[in-house]
Design a protein around this ligand. Sequence first.
Ligand code: GTP
Ligand code: MG
Length: 439
Amino acid sequence: MFENLSDRLADSFRKLTGRGVLSENDVKQALREVRRALLEADVSFSVARDFVASVTSKAIGKDILRSVSPGQQVIKIVHDELVGLLGDEVVPLELSGRPPLVYLLIGLQGSGKTTTAARLAKWLARYKSKRVLLAACDLQRPAAIDQLETIAAQAGAGFYGRRDTKDPVQVLNEARKEASRSGYDIVIADTAGRLHVDDDLMDELRRTSDAVPAAETLLVIDGLSGQDAVNVANSFQEQIGFTGGIVTKMDGDSRGGAALSFRAVTGRPIKFIGIGEGVDGLEPMNPSRLAGRILGMGDVVGLVEKAQDSWDLKEAEKLEKKLVSNTFSLEDFRGELKRLKRMGSLNDLLAMLPKNMRPAGTDMDPSQLSRMEAIIGSMTMKERLHPEQINGSRRKRIARGSGTRVNDVNRLLREFRTMRTMMKRMKSGKGMKLPGAFR
Ligand SMILES: Nc1nc2c(ncn2[C@@H]2O[C@H](COP(=O)(O)OP(=O)(O)OP(=O)(O)O)[C@@H](O)[C@H]2O)c(=O)[nH]1
Ligand SMILES: [Mg+2]
């Protein structure tokens, strides 16, 4: 997500930081590069221009250029401006009102409406304890109904569809009745898309949104289509109106332009970002966290939230006691490796760390964790508790048992010893630095 933009911005900032004094010209030049980076990310022209103008006026003229670390201050201004561009604050979904609430998903063909309907249902169930019914209001293609039914089952959501009518308003009204009867909190209507904004589509959507009052009308846009998507959004805004946007396909090749321009162009917030192929790929939009990620400052809060799912505070305390009392054994080490692996794909987690804190890739290779686990797994319990007893022939046996080389066993024992030594040092207050995979 935003990889290219991140790299380009980091390049332009490199010239600003680490210097005591900055001239007006230095800043202007760096901001010209920022503007170019935004345009390359397919941010709309007027948005990029206004963005840079606003940063320039804040960075120049005040006392910033003569301050202690002017480069950092300019980056801070860019950061705050980026947060503003993305919408300043998190705008939650409308959840109040008499159930069942109706959410209408609208957007062009292939933008991701059907996928998003299922993702939203799953998200609402998991984080808001809501029961959701998905209503098949795309009656243009018969296959659309089947697609929604399948994906609703994957998301654990209810489904309502009819194969004997062409009237989306009828289906939505019946879905609402069904929802009331069966105690659903929210009905999400998956509507039909078109290749282009055309009168037929707009008429059908207008008829649907006029007939059924929606708590949210969410425009789903394809993050790969850059600023084009935002122009399309304008037509939807003029003709139907919507309460927020969901930008999909922010994984892979998305340059980010659509997500960055959406709010400024339409005046409506992005509420979620869609990533990947599965029904779990939905993240609430959080402007300051996303800005942090774009600027390579990391999404530390996101990281902590992810880690909390697999990290147990009591375990951590127990571990700390063991470390300090120097009874931390290879058996404990193995437990830690297991926990690390449970946290999910390490690379995903690492992407949330600030750039300069990310360790060299090889150190966090997930296969390395598995290898370390296998090595410890081939030791006897006695060896795990007393690693100093592991001599040459034992090392050979352990390597054979774990399908590794003696070198790998040596390396693991070395890292473990280093770690223990550091723990001793930590105990005596001399500070610490974690080795290898734990860095
Ligand atoms: N990589 C990626 N693919 C996605 C994402 N969201 C949807 N897709 C894919 O995009 C394609 C279209 O998604 P749909 O959900 O069917 O889009 P739609 O808006 O319902 O399309 P129509 O019903 O034809 O208007 C599918 O192949 C999805 O798997 C995403 O966040 N990332
Ligand atoms: Mg669809």
